[in-house]
Design a protein around this ligand. Structure first.
Ligand SMILES: [Cu+2]
Length: 174
């Protein structure tokens, strides 16, 4: 069996691939103009140039016969998160920082603070000047207690504990 000359083989291969990819859409497959079908042949025979052949493919794309799937922006997966108030958090000279100290989340995520310290704490949102704001405010949380808040808007949120005002934390919402 004779091999096709490479110059014919490639466009035939390309065209075959196009037809296979189009076979799923019969309505569109019928909209391939005759001249484009001939183009593949003529390109193989050296009658049309490479740029003309590419233009034919471009025509199919421009007219929606070939649909190139665009990479759509993937919506972030909203993952709820937890902030631990660790044991020793009350101690001004200790290193019991909120874990994590700066939590990064996406909009829609619910954050749960968990008090794992031996004394009560609360969570008070603060404005940019450090004043308590009413975005989220927990009651006193005893050991083991939790407090939840769902962040619907992007931004940087500061909070602190009014019993231990040296304990400040951040939630960054994207
Ligand atoms: Cu506290």
């Amino acid at each position: 069996m004779k091999h096709l000359p490479i110059k014919i083989f490639i466009p035939v291969l390309v065209f075959s691939i196009l037809l296979v990819s189009l076979s799923a859409n019969v309505a569109n497959a019928e909209s391939i103009p005759e001249w484009i079908k001939n183009n593949a042949l003529w390109y193989g025979q050296g009658i049309v140039s490479e740029s003309e052949f590419i233009n034919a493919i471009k025509f199919l794309i421009d007219n929606g016969v070939i649909v190139i799937e665009s990479t759509e922006e993937i919506a972030p997966i909203v993952v709820d998160a937890m902030i631990l108030i660790p044991n020793g958090n009350f101690d001004v000279s200790g290193s019991g920082f909120y874990l994590p100290l700066n939590l990064e989340i996406f909009r829609g995520a619910t954050v749960t603070w968990v008090n794992e310290d031996s004394v009560p704490h609360n969570i008070q949102s603060q404005d940019e000047f450090g004043k308590v704001s009413d975005v989220f405010n927990s009651p006193p949380l005893n050991t083991g207690d939790r407090f939840e808040f769902t962040f619907e808007e992007a931004g940087v949120y500061n909070y602190y504990c009014s019993f231990h005002p040296w304990r400040v934390g951040l939630v960054t919402v994207k």
